[in-house]
Design a protein around this ligand. Structure first.
Ligand code: AMP
Ligand code: ZN
Ligand code: FE
Ligand code: FE
Length: 275
């Protein structure tokens, strides 16, 4: 039987709306046999997901989606099969979380200067995990009546380049790839169609990137074809997933519809053991 894998899913440990066990159940209903939980800068949901997966017969691969910065551009790098107890990894994640908190306070400060009376406590009411981000600030802006919708909150205030936007400090892509490899994992460039130019992509390949997320809801068939070509040409691995968050992001239809086959996951595993 053809077995499906979705290797890009968010939970309440970052900006998703479902708890790991709820996600595993939903994944099972969607016909998935393998999933990876890839929260932003957090490994908080992995153990819960693995335990729920054992009960439901869904294989859960430990994962993470790390933000990295390059010349002011933020890119996302997925790590799969990481040892989520690796001290170097958990220390780095704690650092990112402190930075995210400081940056959320800076954004709130900017909003206050724009006469938007929001405070950090009302933002924190929306944070379910250990990693505060702009989605939580957007939710607080909507709840407190300062924006008509989640999208408007980004457009008016906190989207890239908008008046209350603040950058956050991150590792470079090279450091991020090294962090994942040192924790025993494989690194994949996430949704390259969103932010990527070729120069940057080849810089990452040179830095030891293991693969590319070829399948993603934001990729047209032409982009899938293009990235698959690069994967083949440079002997990289292919990954894919739904980037499911649930709730606000109205991506409820994507779970089970974007991903790769279990045999593609086997190819990753083989690369892991040959490293
Ligand atoms: P952060 O990591 O805190 O910078 O938050 C980034 C997240 O905010 C992204 O993963 C998106 O989910 C969300 N986001 C960023 N820009 C927008 C936008 N213009 N509209 C809606 N969501 C956005
Ligand atoms: Zn997210
Ligand atoms: Fe992402
Ligand atoms: Fe994501």
């Amino acid at each position: 039987m053809y077995e499906k894998a979705d290797l890009h899913i968010h939970t309440i440990y970052s900006d998703g709306v479902l708890a790991p066990a709820e996600l595993v159940a939903k994944a099972k209903d969607a016909g998935l046999s393998i999933i990876s939980i890839t929260d932003h800068d957090s490994i908080g949901g992995i153990e819960e997901a693995i335990a729920a997966g054992k009960e439901k017969d869904v294989e859960v691969i430990s994962g993470i989606e790390l933000s990295a910065s390059l010349n002011g551009t933020e890119i996302h790098i997925l790590g799969y099969f990481v040892d989520h107890t690796d001290k170097n990894l958990t220390d780095s994640l704690s650092g990112f979380q402190v930075e995210r908190m400081n940056r959320a306070k800076r954004i709130v400060g900017k909003l206050n200067k724009m006469n938007v009376p929001i405070d950090i406590d009302s933002v924190m009411e929306h944070v379910t995990g250990d990693s505060v981000g702009r989605p939580h600030i957007a939710n607080a802006l909507v709840t407190d009546g300062h924006a008509a919708s989640y999208e408007q909150a980004f457009m008016k205030y906190i989207g890239d380049g908008r008046p209350a936007y603040e950058r956050k400090w991150n590792f470079s892509p090279e450091e991020t790839i090294r962090l994942i490899n040192k924790a025993g994992g494989l690194s994949f460039l996430a949704h390259p169609g969103r932010s990527m130019n070729e120069d940057l992509l080849f810089r990452l390949i040179k830095a030891g990137l293991d693969g590319i997320e070829v399948i993603h809801p934001s990729h047209s068939p032409e982009l899938v074809y293009y990235y698959r070509g690069i994967v083949n040409e440079y002997c990289l691995l292919e990954s894919g997933g739904s980037d499911y968050h649930g709730g606000e992001k109205s991506d409820d239809q994507t779970l089970g519809r974007f991903g790769i086959s279990a045999s593609t996951v086997d190819i990753m595993r083989r690369r892991l053991t040959s490293n």
